[in-house]
Design a protein around this ligand. Structure first.
Ligand SMILES: [Ca+2]
Length: 406
């Protein structure tokens, strides 16, 4: 069963590009190819700075292998690696599964509180306690029925000895208020080096929630920083602001399913879904306002302008990069190694509607190169994880991919 589930899909071998090798150092990455996006933008807005959208195209020259190492996973939403190299994958309907490093499913984990598995809701992201090896504690986000609606909740519990069940599950945080919507729950969950959790959430898509992305007394459209017990992290920016939720770290977010920490700078990077056009990549800083729904490079799905059609405003942060048409960014991961040297510190973002993984070359906090990977797979890439020189990705069709150096 193990060997038959491993299907070698394709081998990419682009060889040595040739005309860009001008020195011994690996510089082929930032050669000036045309931008990968060639379609017309939905909006005719001008970027705030050169390179904020449609950066130069780049092409990986190191040969690499793309494999599907597991199939029929149902609706996987997140993939993370465990300290021993195994993979932990969440399933939207309400359970998790451990796979070995070659993709073979080895454990099914149940016992999670009921999730609202509807549209964008369900069991969503997962993170392991930094001391997981000894305390077996895991944290997860999910869409929870609550009061007269639903919301994004963060819970934690302990994996039992048999790795089959979550014990003592307890909700540690809720992004209140509950609204009646099946959309824009966020959410990613990520430990910072100080062992606090960053959590992203969305504004629930409906107009009632949208405006609350700007409200400091609402948990919608926010990045939070919380302790392992769900309390506000020490040093949070609004601890002393009257009526503000003290768990808020940053605000003005539309719907962020993407967080990772830059391996060199330690900064928190975030990607979020814009409306029609205007998907964003942001560097999240404490206390900053990321603008939604006041500023955006996108338009409404019906073609109308969003609000007053403003793209830039004092006191609101500009995205590092944006996409129009959209990427539909779900999970992402920095390539934190040098097995494929030209990928070191690059960012890989799973694209849903765009059906590819975006590779971004970043220099001095700006995107200087973009490549589209796995464009031939026709998959909605839901999450990307890095481990030991390899990238893993899960898709809405239930496939688990591994991308490794050839
Ligand atoms: Ca923004």
């Amino acid at each position: 069963m193990l060997s038959t589930s491993v299907i070698l899909i394709s081998i990419h071998s682009f060889g040595c590009g040739g005309n860009t090798a001008t020195s011994g150092k690996q510089t082929a990455d930032t050669s000036q190819l045309p931008p990968v996006e060639t379609k017309r933008a939905n909006a005719d807005y001008s970027p705030a700075f050169k390179g904020q959208t449609r950066a130069a195209g780049v092409k990986t020259t190191t040969p690499y292998t793309v494999e599907i190492i597991a199939e029929k996973l149902g609706n996987p939403w997140a993939v993370i690696t465990m300290p021993d190299g195994r993979l932990l994958i969440t399933e939207k309907s309400g359970y998790m599964q451990i796979h070995d490093a070659n993709g073979k499913p080895v454990k099914k984990i149940t016992g999670f509180p009921q999730v609202e598995d509807r549209a964008q809701g369900g069991l969503l992201d997962v993170a392991l306690d930094p001391a997981f090896a000894t305390n077996k504690t895991i944290y997860w986000t999910y869409a929870e029925k609550y009061e007269n609606g639903n919301l994004m909740a963060v819970a934690k519990g302990q994996l039992n000895e048999a790795e089959s069940k979550i014990e003592n599950p307890v909700v540690i945080f809720r992004a209140t208020p509950a609204l009646k919507s099946s959309l824009h729950f966020g959410s990613r969950l990520l430990f910072d080096k100080d062992e606090n959790l960053f959590v992203s959430t969305g504004e629930r898509s409906i107009l009632e929630g949208r405006k609350q992305a700007q409200w400091l007394n609402s948990g919608l459209g926010k990045i939070f920083k919380i302790t392992k017990d769900g309390k506000p992290a020490a040093g949070n920016p609004f601890l002393n602001t009257k009526d503000a939720m003290p768990e808020i770290y940053a605000y003005g977010i539309r719907n962020a399913q993407s967080l990772d920490i830059h391996p060199v700078t330690g900064a928190l990077w975030e990607a979020e879904f814009g409306p029609r056009g205007g998907d964003e990549l942001n560097i999240i800083q404490a206390g900053k306002n990321y603008g939604w729904p006041v500023i955006t490079y996108g338009i409404e799905y019906d073609g109308d302008e969003v609000g007053s059609a403003i793209q830039q405003q004092a006191g609101m942060e500009q995205p590092v990069y944006y996409w129009d048409p959209v990427l539909s960014p779900s999970g992402m991961a920095f390539y934190k190694g040098n097995t494929i040297p030209e990928w070191t510190n690059n960012l890989f973002i799973g694209g849903l509607n765009s059906n590819h993984i975006a590779r971004l070359v970043i220099e001095n906090n700006k995107v200087v190169g973009e490549e589209r990977l796995l464009t031939d797979k026709n998959e909605r890439f839901r999450d990307v994880a890095y481990f030991n020189g390899m990238l893993y990705a899960v898709t809405d069709a239930g496939n688990l991919y591994r991308i490794s150096k050839k």
